[in-house]
Design a protein around this ligand. Structure first.
Ligand SMILES: *Cc1c(COP(=O)(O)O)cnc(C)c1O
Length: 432
């Protein structure tokens, strides 16, 4: 499959190049040249297919022929080695749990998939790459874990000292092998700025191939379309009119859901559930897209003031505002409303959500007010123990740490402390 740049000032390229480069040379995001709907029989027969079979057929066209089918089969089987259960809370609301992967974050699937694609492209040791990521918490852990031990791929993670949770820090700093953690004396934006600077620094890019592992990268973005198909498989015999409420930050996950719909998945509507960072909620009301500085909230993986994937959503609708609006609603919630929702979900359904899932739940409730017959699935994007302080405080109950988390807490942290860009540069040039 060929990909074009959404800035339209760079040549088209194939899947391999799009993955290795991350961004097009004109700084645009890559977008597939074509989205061919799957045959009707794919959906009629979905009950008889395993998750890896569904994933393989759904994503094949986007990677072909750069990744051969037999290789792709192995990649999806390895990527999807855990469960994606839907829990029905009542007749109208379900949650799709996306936190059963190794770091208990939904980003595990995209990170594991992308890592295996890069590993394949480096099969002859000719394509060594360094993945450079800045993290405010969850992305780093999922990327580090997903790329651990992948031949020819070095991972360098920058995180703000003292600004990530203990669990998150352990997930970043205890892996070793091809994963290096740099503890930055600063805030997340400092980490992000250093990464951007490195991508533009020819003394670095002349020596090594750098790439990013956020949802800008097509190999991390597209596999998220699997989730929506897995939920459909579990619900379609019981409910019509399935809608999804997606806690959104950079809008990669929801945009992948819209690609699943283009492939033919019967989805009635999408809801972008946001915290106080409400650029898209405002856009759908006023038709003006005005990026803002991000605001810190208790659902901090969604603290994004200028969602990078929103240009992909606009492209899917060819900038037709009315068409987009008929398929997408967006609501924005305060931290107080989020806390109240956490408590309500616990008291009403005896279910413990995390703050991001709770925002998704609120999106369902608002949508159902005017669409009482729909069945709304909110995505649980992180395990509640990843946000232990907030969750335990609100529901006034101790939450048991899962095995994945316990195992990492006893390991020893290894991180190099840096305080400025020169620290990053010298690490990349001398150590990698
Ligand atoms: C990354 C993340 C999100 C937001 O996903 P996007 O694809 O960036 O919209 C939501 N919840 C959690 C827990 C996340 O880590």
């Amino acid at each position: 499959m060929n990909y074009y740049s959404l800035n339209r000032k760079a040549p088209d390229t194939n899947f391999e190049n799009a993955v290795v480069k991350g961004l097009a040379p004109d700084s645009g995001l890559y977008f597939p040249k074509e989205i061919k709907p799957l045959p009707k029989s794919f959906f009629e027969d979905i009950d008889n297919k395993s998750y890896p079979e569904i994933a393989f057929e759904a994503i094949k066209q986007f990677l072909s022929p750069e990744i051969p089918e037999a290789v792709l089969k192995t990649i999806v089987e390895e990527t999807l080695s855990f469960d994606f259960p839907v829990i029905e809370l009542d007749e109208n609301i379900s949650t799709l749990e996306l936190f059963h992967g190794p770091t208990m974050a939904f980003k595990d699937v995209g990170a594991r998939f992308m890592a295996r694609c890069l590993g394949y492209f480096n099969k002859n040791n000719t394509n060594e790459v360094t993945v450079l990521v800045a993290t405010s918490g969850d992305t780093g852990g999922a990327v580090a874990n997903g790329f651990l031990g992948v031949k020819g791929v070095n991972v360098v993670i920058l995180y703000p000292s003292g600004k990530v949770s203990d669990i998150q820090e352990k997930q970043l700093t205890t892996l070793g092998q091809n994963i290096s953690a740099l503890e930055v004396d600063g805030v997340f934006d400092d980490c992000q700025d250093m990464v951007k600077k490195a991508f533009l620094d020819e003394t670095i890019t002349g020596k090594m191939q750098l790439t990013s592992a956020n949802s800008i990268n097509v190999a991390r973005w597209l596999p998220q379309l699997f989730y929506f198909m897995f939920a459909y498989k579990q619900l379609h015999n019981k409910h019509d009119d399935i809608v999804f409420s997606i806690p959104s930050g950079n809008f990669g996950n929801i945009c992948a859901g819209m690609v699943a719909q283009r492939l033919g998945l019967p989805v009635k509507h999408f809801i972008a559930a946001n915290n106080a960072n409400n650029v898209v909620t405002e856009y759908l009301t006023t038709e003006n897209y005005i990026p803002k500085p991000s605001i810190a909230t208790i659902s901090n993986a969604m603290d994004v003031g200028n969602p990078s994937n929103f240009v992909r959503i606009k492209e899917l609708y060819q900038n037709n505002f009315e068409r987009l609006k008929s398929n997408l609603s967006s609501f924005s919630y305060t931290d107080d409303e989020t806390r109240q929702a956490l408590l309500e979900i616990y008291e009403r359904y005896n279910y413990i959500a995390d703050p991001h899932g709770a925002v998704g739940y609120l999106g369902c409730k608002d949508y159902l007010k005017t669409n009482p017959k729909a069945h709304c699935v909110f995505l649980e994007t992180a395990h509640p123990t990843k946000f232990l302080d907030v969750v335990e405080d609100v529901i006034d109950t101790k939450v048991e740490l899962p095995a994945q988390i316990k195992s990492v807490m006893n390991k020893e942290k290894v991180a190099l402390q840096i305080s400025d860009y020169e620290g990053l540069k010298s690490f990349l040039l001398n150590t990698i």
